[in-house]
Design a protein around this ligand. Sequence first.
Ligand code: ZN
Length: 188
Amino acid sequence: MYKLIKLNTALFIIFIVSACLGADHVIGHPAPLKSELLENPIKLECPVTIKEWRGNKPTQSVINDLSFLCKLSWYKFPEFIKSKGYKLNNSGKDYSASFITDSKSYRNLNDLTYRFNTRSKEVYGNTHYKSQYIFITNDYNLDIFYEVWVHELYHAMSDIYSIYDQYSGNKETIDESLAKEFSKFILQ
Ligand SMILES: [Zn+2]
């Protein structure tokens, strides 16, 4: 009996401590919280708007490069996708982008405990169909930074133009291999 009470007390203390530590931690909710949104969203020359950029600040030249690659990707997508035998069918969806630190800290790109609790792998970029968001590292000095950007743009366009639905077989695998091929095609 004593032991049981002691255990209950211990569990109660653990519960209180963890409740305090995680008191303001939101579970799930990949899309930026109100407090995380940019005051002035960054419009690009394509149908993607940057709504969150936290952890560092992009230079104007980085924004220009992201914008140019987005425009080029949109322009080249029809040609690429038709050559693969798929049809473009605009769903009218629009996508936003979040550039965040690729750490495991709360609300960062690899926070697999709270913000991205439905994902199991650490990544540099991820396109989340349900929230219509591209989540990507803010580390623009990374060699693969622009490659990841174009790769994720492919995933977004595949959803927007209903390409994903047309795949027969393992849709995820096909989308992944086409995203890789597309980023090479754009950045060649
Ligand atoms: Zn991918």
